[in-house]
Ligand binder design. Structure first.
Ligand code: ZN
Length: 380
């Protein structure tokens, strides 16, 4: 019972973070057509759609694949009230279930308003209508029933394990080193314009790198933690944004060290690279960076977002000039940059670019980042 209450609390938090979509959204095939789903290590048929980085499934099929496990359930569907009534702990009869059903050839999903009751309690769940059928957010179901879901969007595989708790659930992020990839980097924040950028990244299952100024880290600690927990890289852009090439040795050291400490205090991870304010470096700043174990990261594409403050311009500039292994410079201080990012993230993915962190970009390009050495892009 306590476990269930905890699960419901987690669920409420989860659902509050779900953005309702006012319009039809693009769906992506989520699983391979061959048997790529396992339930407690046994291959099972299950269809699923990837909608904005979440996995949506047919409730009937979930009931079938879970029958016989300790998480089995039955349900009743009322078309008139658009209500699903789930009863947990009862075996679902799979008789007559057609396992040959394949994923519908649908591109678009529209939000579905469904009353979702579990053992009599109404719970919020995100659902979509695709080709006349309703699909439910698997992660929410897994939280309610407390089973583990491991989803790998790159391999298009799904593992359901009812012997493990939901707290083990993960979406495995895979990067294909042979396909194009770029790193979006955001300097000078965090600010009030960082959360909409995080929204856009999360929605598209993408990540970026945030070169934060240390003096803002505590003020925006919630944003930093959210970015970090979303798989983004948090890195060092000095404490107060001075020109390091005109700063004393002592100043350079404290600017970089204090920022690393502030980031580590929040995330538990100290940055291993830095971006100098204005891109300005000299030998002294390089030597101190090397001593502190920090690589120096410049950029290969600069849309001058701080100068133009125009989302259309930024969007067009990046889409026209972007190439494989680019490091793109933005500043998450401007509304226009956030607006451009909201359009650029899905557009770059549609062009075939994997959006990865700075460290991932170099790692998957077989380039070892050395402390004190400057890099512009990940072209070997
Ligand atoms: Zn800067």
């Amino acid at each position: 019972m306590i476990r269930k209450i905890v699960s419901i609390l987690i669920l409420v938090c989860l659902v509050l973070s779900i953005t309702p979509y006012a319009v039809a959204v693009e769906t992506v095939e989520a699983l391979r057509s061959d048997a790529s789903v396992t339930v407690n290590d046994v291959r099972m048929p299950l269809r699923a759609y990837n909608i904005s980085g979440r996995l949506y499934v047919d409730l009937l099929e979930v009931a079938v694949v879970l029958s016989g496990t300790e998480n089995q359930f039955t349900y009743r569907w009322s078309e008139r009230n658009r209500t699903v009534n789930i009863s947990t702990g009862r075996a679902f009869s799979a008789i007559g279930f057609n396992t040959s059903r394949r994923i519908a050839n649908a591109r678009q999903a529209t939000p579905a308003e469904i009353n979702f009751l579990v053992d009599g309690d109404e719970l919020p769940i995100s659902a979509f209508s695709i080709s006349g059928e309703t699909y439910f957010d698997l992660r929410t179901i897994a939280v309610i029933m407390d089973f583990c879901v491991v989803w790998d969007p790159f391999e298009k595989s799904l593992e359901i394990d009812t012997r493990r708790s939901n707290t083990d659930s993960v979406t495995v992020k895979r990067i294909d080193p042979d396909k194009p990839m770029i790193a979006l980097t955001f300097d000078d924040g965090p600010s009030i314009y960082t959360p909409p950028i995080l929204d856009a990244l999360e929605k598209h299952n993408a990540v970026a790198t945030f070169y934060v100024t240390g003096s803002r880290v505590r003020t925006y600690s919630d944003t930093v933690i959210r970015a970090f927990e979303g798989g983004n890289e948090i890195s060092n852009h000095s404490w107060s944004h001075p020109r390091l090439d005109r700063s004393s040795e002592q100043r350079i050291r404290s600017e970089l060290q204090n920022t690393n400490d502030a980031i580590e205090e929040l995330t538990g991870v100290a940055p291993t690279n830095m971006r100098p304010p204005y891109g300005a470096m000299n030998q002294r700043a390089k030597t101190i960076s090397e001593e502190l174990g920090l690589s120096i990261i410049m950029w290969s594409l600069d849309p001058f977002d701080w100068r133009y403050r125009n989302a259309n311009y930024i969007y067009n500039y990046v889409m026209t000039n972007v190439k494989d292994r680019d490091v793109i410079l933005f500043h998450d201080l401007y509304e226009s940059t956030a607006a451009a990012a909201e359009r650029l993230i899905p557009a770059l993915i549609a062009e075939g670019y994997q959006l990865v962190t700075l460290s991932e970009l170099f790692y998957y390009s077989d380039i070892t980042l050395e402390p004190g050495v400057a890099y512009r892009n990940a072209v070997p």
